[in-house]
Design a protein. Structure first.
Length: 256
């Protein structure tokens, strides 16, 4: 096996590992040098997995009964909402932008829908639709300013973070929505289990969150919209020269 450096006119020098194929004197197999090393993606995913496992083991040694069913069930319910928000944030980050206002958007939509539920009898589907429409409207404001207004995302969303929070404080009068006035179906939502195995539950909220993560993965992996987000984030100028509607896709990423 030997290493061969091949200069290419007008391009970078390519390095190959050439290994003879036994049984044929004139045939050899060549592969790029980078192919013999783990890909950057695999190293990143492996590192994240090891860090996660290390953190879990650390908390297991520090907190009694950390892995008992009660703790696990509460933990999985607790990460359901942040996990859904992270899917939308990921699409924005792929376009080389950031949305700092997500916490204010979640808080404002939750308060408005919660207030409506305390005053009017509303079905779960209508409540979920209202929350999503509020989030879409507030995200569209960010998208318009960033994609079509040309305002940097960090400045735009930092401003709307404060703006949405002020609106929340003003309309709420610094009051909170208590669970006493909410319908019974929403109070029982965190404890509703789909599957139970030895007191470990797969509850409805984590199941919905995992479904959203799966849908987000499929969109980014297989749909043209997801591939365009990667292209825009990789090289925005090249994406525009290739004819991609960068402004529209950035706007949609903030809306989602």
């Amino acid at each position: 096996m030997r290493s061969v450096r091949t200069p290419t006119p007008g391009c970078q020098t390519l390095t190959f590992i050439v290994q003879p194929t036994w049984g044929s004197a004139s045939t050899c197999a060549a592969q790029p040098l980078s192919a013999s090393f783990p890909s950057k993606r695999r190293v990143t995913l492996g590192s994240a997995l090891l860090i996660t496992i290390g953190a879990l083991l650390f908390f297991w040694t520090q907190i009694p009964n950390y892995f008992d069913p009660r703790s696990i069930n509460r933990l999985t319910v607790g990460f359901a909402i942040p996990l859904v928000v992270a899917v939308g944030q990921m699409m924005v980050v792929l376009t080389r932008n950031i949305d700092l206002s997500v916490s204010s958007i979640v808080g404002l939509s939750a308060y408005v829908v919660g207030t409506i539920l305390t005053r009017h009898e509303t079905s779960p589907w209508i409540a979920a639709l209202m929350a999503m429409l509020i989030g879409v409207g507030l995200g569209a404001i960010n998208g318009l300013l960033v994609a079509y207004g040309g305002v940097p995302a960090i400045i735009t969303t930092l401003g709307t973070l404060a703006l949405y929070r002020v609106v929340l404080v003003e309309i709420s009068g610094a009051k909170t929505v208590t669970t006493n006035g909410l319908p019974s179906w929403i109070n029982g939502l965190p404890s509703k289990a789909l599957i139970t195995v030895r007191d470990y539950d797969l509850r409805l909220m984590p199941a919905i969150a995992l479904s959203v993560v799966l849908c987000g993965h499929l969109v980014l992996r297989y749909l043209p919209f997801g591939r365009r987000l990667y292209a825009i984030g990789s090289n925005p100028d090249a994406a525009r020269m290739a004819g991609l509607s960068a402004q529209r896709d950035v706007f949609l990423a903030f809306v989602i």
